[in-house]
Design a protein around this ligand. Sequence first.
Ligand SMILES: Nc1nc2c(ncn2[C@@H]2O[C@H](COP(=O)(O)OP(=O)(O)OP(=O)(O)O)[C@@H](O)[C@H]2O)c(=O)[nH]1
Ligand SMILES: [Mg+2]
Length: 466
Amino acid sequence: MKTATLADRVLAGDPRAIARAITLIEDEAPEGAELVRRVFPQTGRAYLIGVTGPPGAGKSTLVDRLTAAIRASGRTVGVVAVDPTSPFTGGAILGDRVRMQAHAGDTGVFIRSMATRGHLGGLARATSEVALVFDAAGKDIVLIETVGVGQDEVDIVRTADVSIVMIVPGSGDEVQALKAGIMEIADIFVVNKADREGADRAVASIETLLSLQTFAPGEWRPPIVKTEATTGKGVAELLQEIERFRGQSSSSVTPTGRSAGSQGTRRRARAEWRLREMLAERFVRYVERQVLGPGEFELALDRIAAREVDPYSAVDEIFARAVGHAEPREPSSVLDHVGIAVSDVGQALAFYRDALGLDVAAPEEVASQRVRAHFIPAGEAALELLEATTDDSPIAKYIARRGPGLHHITLRVDDIRAALARLKSKGVRLIDEAPRDGAHGSLVAFVHPSSAHGVLVELKEAGGRR
Ligand SMILES: Nc1nc2c(ncn2[C@@H]2O[C@H](COP(=O)(O)OP(=O)(O)OP(=O)(O)O)[C@@H](O)[C@H]2O)c(=O)[nH]1
Ligand SMILES: [Mg+2]
């Protein structure tokens, strides 16, 4: 009943209810979850703008400027800043007060900082839930400010409707941003503190990085906007680019990869990330409380630390106890076909086709190998009769050395590169270190018979997937 009232008040845009709701979410209180459940159907209207960049880049200053500019256009704003400030200095709260004063008396703006403490991996979720509350409360635009360090922060910004990556001149940040993998998430670059020396150099270095990529016609190419957040210079232009991106992404229906993903794609990504995280958390909590006895989790940690058990086996065991059976394993490789070298194809066909009654497909000439291959489907797999077409064919040489018979077996794998890497790490001798092109767009590679107990093993990744 209480939550119902709170939800109603949030939906009505009551600032005190919004503040209360955010606190519940921050505290990871069950009422917070209940509230999200209630308001969720009323959300999906707000536009999320993520701003990230190195500490002190001027994110808060810029977000303030954007807030004022957006307010000037008559729209309402919610701001959530994920503040890296130590919880002990109370910097986040202090910052809020200062910032709130700038918009004092304006009920169209709500600003809230979240300390990074206490959200073990749940920071991204907590932030997205705060955004949901703003959305439910009718805020048109939600601005999210995070420092661009750590996966959580990057995730937060990545799944915003538009991601703004901020860089400041002359501190080598351009390179740092690249390292942090932040470059890829930028829909718009901002070079802030443009009043400083080196702003054009920073723009040029981003340009250089962009020029290394190809953009399809019509694909969004991240623009670079120079700003001076302290004076507000460039903010109008930034807002224009945001609107331009919004226009383009809401109209594009097909996700074409990088940054050009439509708004729907972003929202789906946000939903996926939220669902996965919540599911994982719920499952782990269930395991800890319902499956494991008191102290068992800690015991498992001790045993792993002492190398008495490896983490994979520990997970296997706990998983099996939780769901009542072991996780069914996907077969990592399946038999595709068995290659048989034949010296007299007429006699071979007389046996396989006429005596055994198998169907033989029309032969296929493989010029590069100087062989003719007759495929004989046999259940899930097939037999492949290999007939030399010239005297110097590998099959002719094989028969001369060892006589007709089993030539190779072919195993189909999901990911041939991963399979080769695994084999190599186990000291297996490979004929092909890298896959080469096989028939029908497949990729193939051979394992040396000396490592496969006298059998030539071919690995094959079926074509058509990449
Ligand atoms: N010269 C100059 N200083 C700026 C500009 N923008 C912001 N600053 C200053 O840079 C400092 C940091 O600004 P903030 O907005 O707090 O930076 P931030 O990125 O939010 O910092 P954290 O949240 O602590 O990571 C402040 O002293 C700002 O006044 C600018 O365009 N030019
Ligand atoms: Mg800040």
